[in-house]
Write a protein that binds this ligand. Structure first.
Ligand SMILES: [Zn+2]
Length: 197
């Protein structure tokens, strides 16, 4: 039978995405059988990500420093910015080893039905970068789903007056699919054959 402490742990695991009650019970009992050192390392790792990781002051991606590794890398092309929904998409683009520009993390996408309006996204800082930095191309690297398309259309309208080249990653990533789960070849192809909009 689960004791009170065990119930609390099961509830905490149950809050995690993709962890149903059955798996939460399994994980909680697994923790019970773990050596104390492993449990301490695990709790330390959880606390460290919250204590040490913040948002990069330029692109908005997660970083251990004020400015992330990509933004501070002088060898990367700072005239090209790929706009993505979140940091997980950057991991996917980086896996291709093909893209040498910089990124900008919107921190979501416009989703009127869930109350996600443009003012809640990291758009103002993107406009500031366009004004301050010498940007020649903005690549819209959003997921090819309904909300991703709304967001791309909104950004195109907003960015057009700046007179810079705006491109959109080509289809190849299936409609409704997710950049995060696309394979390296698909993402490379989508980047290579991006279209000017
Ligand atoms: Zn950055």
């Amino acid at each position: 039978m689960a004791t009170k402490s065990l119930e609390i742990l099961i509830d905490e695991f149950n809050k995690l995405p993709g962890i149903g009650r059955k798996n939460a019970v399994r994980l909680a009992f697994h923790v019970l059988g773990m050596p104390m050192d492993d449990v301490e390392n695990f709790t330390k790792a959880l606390k460290n990500v919250k204590d040490n990781i913040k948002k990069c002051s330029i692109c908005g991606d997660y970083s251990e420093n004020d400015v992330c590794d990509v933004c501070s890398d002088e060898l990367r092309d700072s005239s090209t910015i790929c706009v993505v929904e979140d940091g997980r998409d950057i991991i996917s683009f980086e896996k291709t080893c093909k893209y040498k520009g910089k990124y900008h993390v919107l921190d979501g996408k416009i989703a009127p039905l869930s109350g996600m309006t443009p003012d809640k996204l990291n758009i103002k800082s993107l406009l500031e970068r366009i004004v301050k930095e010498d940007i020649k191309e903005i690549i819209l690297g959003l997921n090819p789903d309904f909300d991703g398309d709304i967001t791309s259309t909104y950004l195109i309208k907003l960015l057009k007056p700046f007179g810079i080249k705006i491109t959109k990653i080509a289809s190849g990533i299936p409609i409704g699919g997710n950049i995060e789960f696309a394979d390296i070849a698909t993402i490379s192809k989508a980047l290579d054959s991006r279209n000017e909009v």
